[in-house]
Design a protein around this ligand. Structure first.
Ligand code: FES
Length: 138
């Protein structure tokens, strides 16, 4: 049994694997370990990290696009950070920026499921990592 993740409101869009096919939460959980971070095609087809927990995923996903100049930011398990290869920005395990030049944390999305398939919906609330509301989302 895999408990459903919390719903993040309307506007949910199915996640896709590398080929764009839907991904079930059940298959995701089977194929990942606690604290794994891996990319899916998310909102607008952009690459988002889902974050695994022992039997689910976290209720937020992270856009993998660096807020400096837009490089895709790889997850470094050894450093427990996202480290941008372009100009050295770093983000903690929740995508909060901890080293510049990136000006902002990695963008958030809500994770949810639609008929068992993983989906994302836009994050319009305050950023829980910095307590800042993204002005573009208002
Ligand atoms: Fe990531 Fe410049 S694009 S640090």
């Amino acid at each position: 049994f895999v408990p459903p993740v919390a719903s993040g409101g309307g506007g949910a869009q199915l996640c896709g694997d590398l080929d764009g096919n839907p991904v079930t939460l059940e298959s995701w959980v089977k194929g990942h370990k606690d604290n794994d971070r891996e990319l899916v095609q998310g909102l607008k087809g952009e690459p988002y990290y889902l974050i695994s927990t022992p039997d689910n995923i976290k209720d937020f996903a992270l856009l993998s696009v660096c807020t400096h100049l837009g490089c895709v930011v790889p997850w470094s398990k050894a450093a427990n950070k996202f480290c941008c290869p372009c100009h050295g920005s770093q983000y903690d395990e929740n995508g909060k920026v901890v080293r510049g030049p990136a000006p902002l944390s990695l963008a958030l999305a809500h994770t949810t499921t639609v008929k068992g398939n993983l989906a994302l919906s836009p994050w319009t609330e305050q950023d829980f990592r910095t307590n800042v509301v993204d002005p573009d989302m208002l």
